[in-house]
Write a protein that binds this ligand. Structure first.
Ligand code: NAD
Ligand code: MG
Length: 389
């Protein structure tokens, strides 16, 4: 019997890497279901490769096109679903055991909660759902007995560094979150940056949204919030250090001064394989790290003046759940507008700051409240951007 895997965000960067790893273990796993956002051709390509029983496309208008395209390649036996709810339903399907959550953005909140509530092994790449879900998500995971394994490379590293640490050791430890610094590290003047420049990450090949987040350092801000919830560390015990080589994926400093770090090449197949195999180790087929070849590793303080979103994320974390949801929603909408060339790069900072200053919402107490706040923050951000452009 092989283990059934459901892959949400199958056509994306993490989705592709997951397929790469899973397909090397046909004796351990098979794909039960896959889901994507709106791109029919890519989703059909995935289906041809992994032959799932179910496929879902979030964009309902693409249902007919997806059915037709599957029929054309002789795959009409795959059950086709459409709509955001269909993606969420796949995450809760009793016939699946492992859910790889690689959707981008807050669209991942509902599927993450659905997988958690159903007690799955949840391989979570979608950091936005931790940022928005916060304590409520962690409580849901605990109550349902789900296994949450962080795929985000830093959090996967921290998970590994904390393995075997007692509660007492954790309470006195500090997280050191590494950041590549993105494509504009060292620059003071961020004017005139184009989307093409912003998505060209020096070390990692990733989706467009997270690539822009890496360029603004918002990615690290979201990851500080993510780390705080996943590991139960207050913001004061989470430090960010810039490490341009992206070899040390993060570290934990213990009370005695011992620093435990996890190192590896910059390849998401390693954390994916770790999470799939845990608590055992399996090969992710990523390139091996040769320390002698690398020679030098460097570290520096982040430039929070030029890149203010990192500080804003710390502020949001201290303020509470509503602030984190608004921070995330404002950023998503602003990044989208930047990628569509409607606003400039540094306007992303202004939009997020303005949205946080206007904050008046109470901290949400349910998934429905989280989703409602996210929707409202998006509308407000779009209205704000309309006044700017
Ligand atoms: P991507 O843009 O390459 O892929 C996103 C996937 O989500 C695509 O399959 C897309 O079709 C799907 N999608 C988009 N909107 C959707 C919706 N409304 N409903 C369902 N599916 C939808 O992004 P990515 O780089 O693979 O990142 C995915 C997630 O993983 C993000 O949250 C990102 O922050 C996180 N992450 C990525 C990396 C990386 O190396 N790429 C590393 C760490 C964390
Ligand atoms: Mg990361």
């Amino acid at each position: 019997m092989t283990q059934p895997v459901t892959l949400l965000g199958a056509t994306g960067s993490i989705g592709r890497s997951t397929i790469d790893v899973v397909r090397r273990y046909p004796d351990r796993f098979h794909f039960h279901a896959v889901a994507g956002g709106s791109r029919v051709k890519e989703l059909v390509d995935v289906c041809r490769e992994v032959h799932p029983r179910h496929v879902a496309i979030a964009d309902e208008t693409q249902l007919g096109a997806l059915r037709e395209a599957l029929a054309q390649v002789g795959l009409s036996t795959i059950e086709v679903h459409a709509g955001q709810q269909a993606v969420t339903d796949l995450a809760a399907d009793p016939e699946t055991e492992v859910v790889v959550q690689a959707v981008v953005g807050a669209a991942g909140v509902a599927p993450t909660f659905a997988a958690a509530r159903s007690g799955k092994r949840l391989l979570l790449a979608n950091k936005e759902s931790v940022v928005c879900g916060g304590g409520l998500l962690m409580e849901t995971v605990r109550r349902a007995g789900a296994e949450l394994l962080p795929v985000d490379s830093e959090h996967n590293a921290i998970f590994q560094c904390l393995a075997g640490a007692t509660a007492q050791a954790r309470q006195q430890a500090r997280i050191i979150l590494t950041a590549s610094g993105g494509p504009f590290r060292g620059r003071k003047d961020l004017s005139g940056i184009t989307p093409a420049e912003a998505v060209r990450h020096p070390k990692w090949s990733m989706g467009r949204k997270i690539s822009v987040d890496s360029a603004t350092l918002m990615n690290k801000g979201l990851e500080v919030i993510e780390a705080s919830w996943l590991f139960g560390f207050e913001p004061e015990r989470i430090r960010v250090v810039v490490h341009p080589q992206s070899i040390v994926h993060s570290a934990v400093e213990f009370a005695d001064g011992a620093l435990i770090a996890q190192l590896g090449t910059a390849d998401m197949k390693t954390p994916i394989a770790y999470s799939l195999g845990w608590p055992e180790r399996m090969d992710g087929y990523a390139k091996r790290l040769s320390l002698a070849e690398i020679g030098t590793l460097t570290f520096e303080e982040p430039d929070t003046e030029t890149f203010p979103l990192l500080g804003m994320a710390y502020d949001a974390l201290r303020t509470g759940g509503a602030a984190c949801i608004i921070l995330n929603a404002a950023n998503e909408v602003a990044v989208e507008a930047f990628l569509a060339e409607k606003i400039g790069f540094t306007t992303i900072f202004k939009v997020v700051m303005t949205m946080l200053e206007k904050l008046s919402a109470a901290n949400p107490q349910s998934v429905e409240e989280i989703l409602a706040l996210d929707r409202r923050a998006r509308l407000d951000t779009r209205a704000l951007i309309a006044t700017l452009s």
